[in-house]
Design a binder for this molecule. Structure first.
Ligand code: FAD
Ligand code: NAI
Length: 494
């Protein structure tokens, strides 16, 4: 009895201590101290976007050096790697969102966050025009401001290649609203199929889900849809289960070209076991309200009926990016996106730094690249601020009237040396590996370990995948909510 009493007390004390610590940490996180106000003597740094690149920059930026203004149509950061889980209800949307104001509020100097869409960037006069395009608009919804430095991190949009019907009839998976729309459409297909008057043929159509694109987004969505069908809907709609079908269509001969051959083979095998059809070497030519038109490489076009089409066919530049590039036609000639130099400065506009998916570099358009670029830029901007201060001091000394005395010459020489010591090294990407969830509690990982690629797939990799993303989430709040959602799904389903 004594033993159990001791265990009981120790457990109680531990629970109280853990709860108290959690409360203390979260309370401190939510109530940061006062911030320095804007300083008119500092330069203005405008950041466009609140995604991976911009948020990483903001997190690492020493805001004491700049008056920082963040402009984005979304007032939050979206943790995209877990977006496919939101589309099927494994995670709640709020669990993977982090308010930009939360991050801004924790900086030493005040950061202005403006929920608006940048509509124009003038790289010659160094201005940005933005507009509030939300349903509730202010009296004057459009404004133009000047910048000294601009961080351009507006990401990309989903590529449709102008294929007929894609925009009207398919669901995308880029934004949180896309995931919510896909979830509604998916459940509508299921409930309509369950309606008493629905014919056999119509049931077969409604419950056929087609995912277009065999890149990581398409593979992860197909995996998540499969889990939802098997783990939840199979027992909730047993009579509909025989009609449920998932097809993944990919134009190239293989899915996941960025992964190693063995992991591609592993994914194909896992999909086969999960009864997900993979159609490689097949182009989607059109998306109709109730079907897709497919063109296999060596066969004629065919119409395939379906209830839901998820379009995950890659990225293309946003129109604001195309317009900005068109203003610098000699320097910006790459159709894939903005060309930058080794320090991520836009060619032709050295006051603009461009990072992430809006650029055309040798790196893949991933969160990993964008966040490393954001962190790098924060370091560079700190050095630039330091250099600007020293240069201003040197200029002030040089403009002193009359003969330079020995003391002034020495100070001027010292400043020159200090300026010379500030080295702005170019950006270097460090690849941490590729990870993707493929459904059925399995994930794949290509990891560089001691200079060699290490490929792994299965349930253990899935647990690794979960731990990596849990630790990469931006806040304690996100980690707590995602852990809670995963437990909720284990105990109560989606
Ligand atoms: P984004 O993160 O897209 O941010 C762009 C920001 O700009 C957004 O805040 C947007 O609201 C804002 N914006 C848009 N237009 C304007 C405008 N006109 N004015 C101002 N702001 C604007 N990568 C990985 O490395 N690992 C993964 O597991 C992974 N999973 C993914 C899963 C999904 C479903 C998707 C869609 C992508 C995934 N990616 C992953 C890719 C990754 O999300 C992108 O590479 C990354 O988001 C790029 O960061 P970014 O800052 O360039 O753009
Ligand atoms: P993607 O560009 O990687 O893949 C799109 C695929 O769609 C291509 O393979 C293309 O051949 C195919 N496609 C295009 N048009 C088609 C058509 N008409 N018919 C059939 N197939 C067609 O795009 P995705 O998957 O959205 O990824 C974008 C970026 O985000 C990539 O750089 C990727 O690495 C990254 N990402 C990384 C993830 C991870 O690491 N787990 C998860 C999701 C995205």
């Amino acid at each position: 009895r004594r033993f159990f009493q001791i265990i009981g007390r120790v457990s109680l004390v531990s629970v109280v201590a853990a709860t108290g610590t959690l409360y203390y940490v979260s309370h401190k996180e939510r109530h940061p101290g006062p911030q320095l106000p804007f300083d008119p003597s500092k330069k203005t740094l405008v950041v466009l976007g609140s995604g991976w690149g911009a948020t990483s920059l903001l997190k690492h930026l020493d805001t004491e050096n700049y008056n920082t203004i963040v402009i984005s149509p979304k007032n939050f950061f979206l943790f995209t790697p877990l977006l496919p889980s939101v589309a099927v209800g494994t995670l709640a949307a709020r669990s993977i969102l982090q308010p930009t104001r939360f991050i801004a509020r924790h900086k030493a100097r005040e950061v202005a966050v403006i929920e608006a869409e940048a509509t124009d960037v003038d790289p010659i006069n160094k201005t940005v025009t933005f507009t509030d395009s939300s349903p509730l608009r202010p009296v004057e919804p459009t404004r133009t401001i000047n910048y000294d430095y601009l961080v351009y991190a507006v990401g990309a949009e989903t590529q449709t290649f102008g294929i007929p019907g894609v925009k009207e009839n398919a669901c995308f998976l880029k934004e949180i609203a896309d995931a919510e729309q896909m979830q509604r459409r998916f459940l509508d297909c299921v409930e309509t199929a369950a309606f008493p008057t629905t014919s056999e043929e119509e049931k077969r159509r409604l419950l056929h889900m087609v995912v277009v694109g065999g890149g990581p987004t398409g593979i992860e969505v197909a995996g998540e849809l499969h889990d939802f069908l098997e783990e939840d809907l199979k027992s909730w709609y047993p009579e509909l289960h025989p009609y449920m079908r998932l097809t993944l269509v990919e134009a190239l001969p293989n899915v996941l070209p960025m992964f190693s051959k063995e992991l591609i083979a592993y994914t194909v095998k896992t999909f086969k076991e999960s009864k997900i059809d993979i159609m490689t070497g097949t182009m989607v030519k059109a998306v109709n309200p109730a079907s897709v038109i497919l063109k296999p490489k060596d066969a004629p076009e065919q119409q395939v009926d379906c209830g839901l089409v998820v379009w995950a066919a890659g990225n293309t530049s946003r129109s604001i990016t195309k317009n900005l590039m068109a203003k610098l036609p000699h320097d910006q000639t790459n159709k894939r996106g903005i060309s930058v130099d080794g320090h991520l400065r836009m060619l032709g506009a050295p006051s603009i730094f461009a990072i992430g998916d809006c650029t055309s570099t040798s790196y893949a358009p991933t969160a990993q690249v964008a966040s490393q670029q954001g962190a790098y830029l924060a370091r560079i901007l700190k050095l630039v601020a330091k250099r600007n201060v020293l240069e201003d001091q040197a200029k002030a000394l040089a403009s002193t009237d009359g003969q330079l005395d020995d003391e002034t010459t020495k100070r001027s020489e010292k400043l020159r040396k200090q300026i010379g010591k500030i080295r702005l090294n170019p950006f270097q990407y460090s690849h941490q590996g590729s990870l993707a969830y493929i459904g059925s509690d399995k994930a794949i990982a290509d990891l560089p370990i001691f200079g060699r690629e290490w490929a792994s797939g299965g349930v253990a990799t899935y647990l690794f995948w979960r731990s990596v993303y849990l630790s990469s989430l931006f806040s304690l709040r996100n980690r707590a909510l995602v852990t809670g959602d995963w437990l909720r799904v284990k105990f109560f389903g989606r």
